[in-house]
Design a protein around this ligand. Structure first.
Ligand SMILES: NC(=O)c1ccc[n+]([C@@H]2O[C@H](COP(=O)([O-])OP(=O)(O)OC[C@H]3O[C@@H](n4cnc5c(N)ncnc54)[C@H](OP(=O)(O)O)[C@@H]3O)[C@@H](O)[C@H]2O)c1
Length: 321
């Protein structure tokens, strides 16, 4: 009898343990999420390209956290649609009506005026989230220099011009945070992404230098670098327990993370003033390590992959969503 009881206990102990640990993790995350949200309450938060997959999710989490949002984007209709979506679900007693600002970051000449318009909204900016970015893929020789420059404008000169225009306000108030949404390609060069990776390396370098320069003014610089953000529509609904477990163990490795997960990481980065975040699984992290400590091995692995790919005819360069 005693042996049977011990057997039943042994069988039950593992699921109970798993259940207990999952419960603790769930509560820990819920408390963390609440604390992160309260940290952005009343803060003036500017999001560039608020209409992209990640931009929309960032807008949603910061809006529901009670931030005073300034949403920037290239297309007025898309900004209005986002505005309507946000205010239709929000509790007006704990949220602020977002302000909308038209901004094309590759149009460098108009950024000073846009920065003034942004500052006029609330008189200050507490948090700037540099999210906008333009992508291109293709072999180097098939991408025109004009396109290379456009990518550099949208991904490097645009964000740094806006940051430089808003920085004096943060420095004079001795508070502020600038977040760069970057990509692991800001640290690792990947073939057929030369222009994009170069612009992301440039932005990473700029913000790493700036971090040290503005620390004495209590302005915090953060970079958040995901590997691959899954297309907005395909991921299983977050909150679905079974789907989340499955996603956690398998899908994240294969298909990247949902924009909502990245947006919550951006919120955590802001509330905890983290300096650098990599959202990568073991393989890209190992690649970064190999690139740093065994560069020749890294180059050999990458080159062998390219030889395989070049056997296929490359389509003409294209922007991809
Ligand atoms: N997707 C990924 O796998 C991935 C991985 C790592 C990091 N990231 C980073 O995450 C951020 C958000 O990416 P995402 O995937 O959410 O974007 P996305 O959904 O792919 O959309 C790209 C967005 O950029 C906008 N855009 C392009 N050029 C612009 C410009 N000059 N000025 C203003 N907006 C411009 C586009 O607007 P239009 O549609 O109107 O052209 C579009 O809304 C980017 O910084 C990206 O580098 C993405």
């Amino acid at each position: 009898m005693f042996i049977v009881k011990m057997g039943v206990l042994a069988v039950l102990i593992f699921p109970l343990l798993l259940f207990g640990i999952s419960g603790i993790i769930y509560i820990y995350r819920a408390v963390g999420r609440l604390m992160s949200k309260s940290a952005v309450q009343n803060k003036v938060v500017v999001i560039t390209d608020a209409i992209s997959g990640l931009g929309k999710e960032c807008s949603r989490v910061f809006h529901s956290g009670g931030a005073r949002l300034v949403l920037c984007g290239k297309t007025w209709e898309k900004l209005e649609a986002l505005y309507n979506a946000l205010i239709s679900v929000a509790d007006p007693s704990v949220t602020f009506t977002p302000k909308l600002v038209l901004l094309d970051l590759s149009d460098i000449n108009c950024i000073q005026d846009v920065a003034k318009e942004i500052l006029d909204c609330y008189g200050c900016v507490d948090i700037l989230i540099n999210n906008a970015s333009m992508k291109v893929k293709g072999p180097v020789q098939s991408i025109s220099l004009e396109l290379d420059k456009k990518i550099m404008d949208a991904n490097y000169f645009g964000p740094i011009t806006l940051t430089k225009a808003l920085l004096p306000n943060m420095i004079s108030r001795r508070t502020g945070q600038v977040v760069l949404v970057n990509n692991i390609q800001g640290k690792l060069g990947v073939p057929f992404r030369a222009a994009y990776a170069a612009s992301k390396h440039a932005a990473q370098g700029f913000f790493d230098c700036l971090r040290a320069e503005v620390e004495e003014f209590d302005v915090c610089i953060s970079t958040v670098s995901p590997t691959f953000i899954r297309s907005y529509h395909v991921q299983p609904e977050p909150g679905n327990w079974e789907a989340s477990i499955w996603k956690f163990f398998f899908r994240k490795l294969a298909y990247g993370v949902h924009p909502m997960e990245v947006a919550e990481e951006v919120l955590r980065t802001v509330s905890r003033k983290k300096q650098e975040v990599f959202m990568a699984n073991a393989i890209p992290k190992a690649a970064l390590y190999i690139r740093t400590f065994f560069p020749e091995l890294f180059f050999a692995i990458i080159a062998s992959g390219v030889k395989e790919k070049q056997k296929l005819e490359f389509p003409p360069p294209e922007r991809y969503p």
